[in-house]
Design a protein around this ligand. Structure first.
Ligand SMILES: Cc1cc2nc3c(=O)[nH]c(=O)nc-3n(C[C@H](O)[C@H](O)[C@H](O)COP(=O)(O)OP(=O)(O)OC[C@H]3O[C@@H](n4cnc5c(N)ncnc54)[C@H](O)[C@@H]3O)c2cc1C
Length: 307
């Protein structure tokens, strides 16, 4: 369900009232403030508030009195140094508060990230909307045969149509019964008590949408993004992480560039892997059998080297 006209008006009203401030402002982030970014079929991410910018990181690292900026290149170099050496606390000085609308099964993965503050829409207090995530046909994939935690080829033909029909029909039927249980009248108008919202909700499937406010510092957000923007993360949470990456890139460009370089695009080698790498660079032909690594480790090692 798209945002209502009233919700859009509230967002525009919030954006129409700029206020002068002495606090650090990230010009890039100001463009995102309050505006919804659509994710999946009914989901969204909106930045509700933020604290700090790139210079807040270097300011904290130097424990300076003023803004702390020596020069942009100095700041970038320091941020890269901090990221490279896992000096993480300066990144905790920046915070972001988001409004996220997401399917419940995605929320279950997301909530595992404990180093954040969450307040979720109460389905004890309010009635959930009739909104269910139904994958686009190109994301309706078969179980992977090589990765138990992944998906393989896209379903086709009758099977794809059957699955989509079941997903839609089961969600619709569960919601019809949810409404019927909540109602204080039966279908024929006969009065009934109406089941409590906190109980009726247990009938709803995991693809129904929920919403929450989620506040996290930049260090822990980077940790979340490293895990969830990774190609191994499930598609449905990855698209939220990818949308967030675009926002963070504008918010703290230097920190995001360092994160992309040292975390997102980086690989980690074990001590055994480094040993093999040195032998290979010296011209030796190293195989799994002579590497001292398990088959799985060797496969991942080769994958990291793209050989
Ligand atoms: C690809 C993938 C597959 C996954 N599969 C599964 C699965 O099959 N089953 C499953 O249950 N989970 C699974 N998870 C979830 C995963 O195990 C983590 O729970 C999740 O990624 C959150 O990570 P985190 O604990 O590091 O993050 P956060 O909770 O944000 O914590 C950040 C860091 O703070 C520290 N920390 C936070 N709380 C504590 C604490 N109480 N005690 C000690 N240290 C703490 C840790 O160092 C932690 O790394 C999966 C995650 C991914 C990315």
């Amino acid at each position: 369900m798209p945002l209502t006209e009233e919700q859009k008006a509230e967002i525009e009203a919030a954006r129409a009232e700029p206020r002068p401030t002495l606090r650090a402002v990230s010009e890039g982030m100001e463009r995102w403030l309050y505006r919804p970014v659509e994710v999946l079929d009914h989901g969204l991410i909106r930045v509700i508030d933020y604290m700090g910018d790139d210079s807040a990181i270097t300011q904290a690292a130097r424990v300076s009195y003023g803004r702390g900026t020596k020069s942009v290149s100095n700041d970038e170099g320091l941020i890269r140094y901090l990221m490279r050496h896992w000096h993480s606390t300066p990144f905790e000085m920046c915070e972001i508060k988001l409004h996220v609308k997401l399917p419940v099964f995605v929320a279950r993965q997301w909530i595992r990230h404990r180093t954040a503050n969450v307040n979720e829409y109460s389905a004890r207090y309010s009635i959930l909307d009739r909104e269910f995530y139904i994958p686009a046909p190109e994301h309706l994939a078969a179980q992977s045969t090589v990765n138990n935690q992944g998906r393989g080829a896209v379903l086709e033909g009758d099977e794809a149509a059957r699955v989509l029909d079941w997903l839609r029909a089961d969600a619709g039927r569960a919601y019809d019964h949810y409404e019927a249980m909540l109602s204080q009248a039966q279908a024929d108008g006969t009065p009934q008590a109406g089941l409590a919202r906190e109980l009726a909700r247990m009938n709803l499937p995991a693809n129904i949408y929920t919403q929450w406010y989620w506040k996290v510092d930049l260090h822990n957000l980077f940790h979340f993004l490293r895990l969830r923007a990774d190609p191994h993360a499930q598609y449905e949470i990855r698209v939220y992480a990818e949308a967030l990456c675009e926002i963070v890139k504008d918010w703290v460009p230097a920190a995001y560039a360092a994160f992309e370089d040292y975390r997102l695009g980086a690989v980690q080698f074990s001590a055994k892997g480094m040993g093999c790498l040195r032998r290979m660079l010296a011209g030796e032909v190293v195989t799994q059998e002579t590497s001292g690594m398990s088959k799985g480790e060797w496969r991942e090692f080769e994958g990291a080297l793209e050989i």
